[in-house]
Design a protein around this ligand. Structure first.
Ligand code: DGJ
Length: 735
């Protein structure tokens, strides 16, 4: 619900969801103040009195405040922080005007309430469905001196307890202006002393959980790699110091964007917490001509009074329903086998069909042909950009291969890395100017490759035509869309120096445009996002690909950390997760075959190993695992997810899925430490209905009936000694 109430000294805006309220006020000077974000208020509540102004030395006063020396933009809690006009904290927007001045001072002008979610041209954003529909408040702010408009968008999703933000600059003035910074949001939280939780990492070890208190030194995460990155995920949480899974105030911030970003929290001199998120201002400078518009990506905010689990559920629900799209949003995705870790580049027709034959016999539902099927590509030094089938290597066309795979009862999927180009490729020889590189400088190579200039129409047209040709001439239902380097050497031969600061953003828009065009042309195509594993695991990508390869690290034990961190914001069914060979190729660790599957089953499940090298017993397990994955599919892809332990909990890591109607649940537990003379392995269950009775089954033959209360309050003990890295899936069925 959105309300706008005229008051004696301004307009009060209140955004309400079932359990949260967000209040702001355009005050008597038309400065838009942030009053509150937290637990739901009553409809008539006005929190203007929370603001108490004092004369603060070295925090000056705008002329319009006249003799009021307490009124300072430097201390007021604001929704939009300007630049260069008296707020010395970090700005949300910085403008370089035609006369050389740097100033941004936006003041309230008008508002509008729209039924439905707002859209962002060329970028992903939450959309309306028959299940969940948004409402939008648009507040128009104006810079009087330049006639530049800033529209602030607030989307409200009542039952999900979600509020979104985005901003749009419109140049209604007579001069062009350079936008040096335009974030999606600014919010000054007056009375809050939080921790910040964020997710950091590296290639093959993404989204590790870190938590530190917010102090006066800024906590800033971000990426200037052209993608959202392995190093920091574009999401974070602010929460009470003692907040845990079940209690405490928690606020989530999740950016719907797949490129450079910044996210920061910092206390100001009055201990207010300034929170910001949006496109990273480094290397960003956007020329906004007269009449031009620039809109930011969306930030999805959510609030929970009841700890981190509720916050995660709110994100899982809204991302599943209002961000993921297409046929496979809800339709079961096939269990796949990918040949990458089985063969790397070293495959031929015989090897591929060996894998395919064995996979089909074991009930695997799709073969994905990974890197190496095109151009001259027997290693990663050449071939990218030449999207022509290497029929000699494959022993036939993709049509023939796909049809043979189909005859075996499996679907067929294919790897692409559309955004990249190898210098050793026909495409580069023909179009060196299509690669991103600075004239007269040697470019930095990543995996020996360069990035294509995705801001160019001709590049995207080429890729669209090449990919469409392949997809329409072979029975391909799935594409793994990879990207294997961070992007630098920013220069576009097409756009000229006036627009060079726009390239990182236009690259991302170009990627979105190409994905959208392909999905319009092939609406049933299942895209799996990938960037060297999980280097672009973000809400923006989920709009195009309802599953994303979570990490190149397939070690089941490392995956516990990676999947734990990923679970705070992203629905579990979006995690690409595979059973791979042991010793694991990334860590050298050996884990039981069943553990690899139990961990991968918390995701979009598949295999990535040479099936001819596994034992008969393991082959039998594969059949059982696929059946089990299907049996658990509704739970893992549509149920509520509970983290039952933290990562440093005792001797095991556990999590659970509970059906929305609480009739069924599955608890997965992995023993991470083992000791001599062991104590029993025990874990508390969560999410069951305390008044229902459940049959709890451990290893098929041991079952016990008790109330939900018993399992939640007293937990479950494993009735046998678990060895290190052994796992168990424990079922709860209502009786
Ligand atoms: C990185 C991906 O994450 C891998 O799964 C694989 O597809 C390789 N690229 C292929 O080059």
């Amino acid at each position: 619900m959105i309300s706008a109430k005229k008051k004696e000294n301004g307009i009060l805006f209140t955004l309400s969801t079932n359990n949260s309220s967000y209040q702001m006020k355009a005050d008597k000077h038309n400065v838009l103040l942030h009053l509150f974000y937290g637990q739901r208020l009553n409809d008539a509540d006005d929190l203007s009195d929370l603001i108490f102004l004092t004369d603060t030395g070295f925090s000056g006063n705008p002329t319009y405040a006249e003799k009021d020396r307490t009124y300072s933009l430097d201390t007021l809690p604001q929704e939009v922080s300007g630049f260069g006009v008296g707020d010395y904290r970090d700005s949300m927007v910085t403008l370089l005007h035609d006369d050389g001045s740097r100033a941004a001072e936006f003041r309230y002008d008008s508002y509008e309430i729209i039924d439905g979610s707002y859209k962002i041209d060329g970028m992903p954003a939450l959309y309306d469905t028959s299940v969940t529909k948004g409402e939008t408040l648009v507040i128009t702010m104006r810079e009087a001196a330049s006639d530049i408009i800033l529209k602030l968008y607030y989307g409200v999703y009542e039952k999900e307890n979600v509020i979104t933000r985005a901003a749009k600059l419109i140049n209604q003035g007579t001069k062009s202006v350079h936008v040096e910074k335009l974030l999606s949001m600014n919010m000054d939280m007056m009375f809050f002393d939080p921790d910040m939780i964020y997710f950091t990492g590296r290639h093959a070890f993404e989204r590790a959980y870190e938590r530190i208190p917010v102090k006066h030194a800024k906590i800033e995460i971000g990426s200037v790699r052209g993608t959202s990155s392995h190093q920091y995920n574009p999401s974070f949480i602010l929460c009470d110091h003692d907040a845990n899974e079940e209690q405490g105030d928690c606020y989530g911030f999740c950016l719907v964007y797949s490129g450079n970003f910044v996210a920061a929290a910092q206390k100001d001199q009055k201990n207010q917490v300034r929170v910001q998120m949006g496109i990273h201002p480094e290397a960003f400078c956007y020329l906004l001509e007269q009449g031009g518009e620039l809109m930011t990506p969306q930030v999805i905010m959510s609030y929970s009074h009841d700890g981190l689990t509720t916050l995660s559920h709110q994100y899982h629900d809204i991302l599943r329903e209002n961000m993921c799209r297409g046929k496979y949003k809800y339709e079961r995705r096939p269990v796949l086998i990918n040949n990458w870790e089985a063969t790397y580049f070293d495959f031929n027709e015989e090897k591929l069909f060996n894998i395919a034959k064995q996979a089909s016999e074991l009930g695997i539902e799709m073969l994905v042909l990974d890197d190496g099927w095109f151009g001259k590509r027997d290693d990663d030094y050449s071939g990218l950009g030449d999207w022509f089938v290497n029929e000699e290597k494959l022993g036939g066309s993709l049509k023939e291969i796909g049809e043979r795979v189909n005859e075996m009862g499996m679907k067929f999927g294919l790897w692409f890395e559309p955004e990249m180009i190898s210098q050793d490729s026909d495409l580069y020889r023909k179009h060196p100017e299509w690669a991103i590189a600075i004239p007269n400088r040697e470019p930095n190579r990543g995996r020996y490759q360069l990035a294509l200039d995705m801001s160019r129409d001709d590049v995207r047209d080429y890729l669209f035509e090449q990919m469409s040709d392949i997809l329409s001439n072979a029975p391909i239902i799935y594409v793994k869309w990879d990207l294997n380097r961070s992007i630098c050497d920013m220069y576009s031969y097409a756009s000229g120096k006036e627009h060079s600061g726009e390239l990182y953003h236009k690259y991302v828009l170009g990627v979105y445009d190409l994905m959208e065009r392909l999905l319009v042309r092939f609406p049933d195509l299942l895209l799996e996002g990938c960037s060297g594993g999980g280097g672009r695991f973000d809400a923006g990508m989920l709009y195009y690909s309802p599953q994303i390869w979570c990490s190149d690290n397939t070690d089941a034990i490392n995956r516990l950390t990676i999947q734990y961190g990923t679970s705070f914001f992203y629905p579990i069914g979006t995690f690409g997760a595979h059973v791979s060979a042991c010793p694991n190729h990334q860590t050298g660790r050996t884990t039981p075959f069943a553990t690899r599957s139990d961990v991968a089953m918390s995701g979009s499940f598949g295999y990535e190993l040479d099936l001819s090298k596994i034992s008969d017993e393991e082959k039998a397990q594969v059949k059982h695992q696929i059946a089990q994955f299907h049996d658990l599919y509704e739970l893992t892809h549509e149920g509520d997810y509970y983290r039952l332990t933290t990562l440093d909990y005792d001797d095991c890591i556990a999590w659970a899925f509970v059906a929305k109607d609480k009739s069924r649940a599955a608890l997965t537990l992995v023993k991470t430490q083992s000791e001599g003379n062991p104590r029993p392995t025990h874990v508390g269950m969560r999410g069951l209905d305390k008044n229902k009775k459940y049959k709890c089954t451990i290893k098929n033959d041991t079952s016990v009936i008790n109330s939900g209360a018993a399992f939640v309050n007293a937990g479950v003990t494993i009735p046998y000694i678990m060895e290190q890295y052994e796992s168990a899936i424990i079922m709860f069925d209502e009786v």
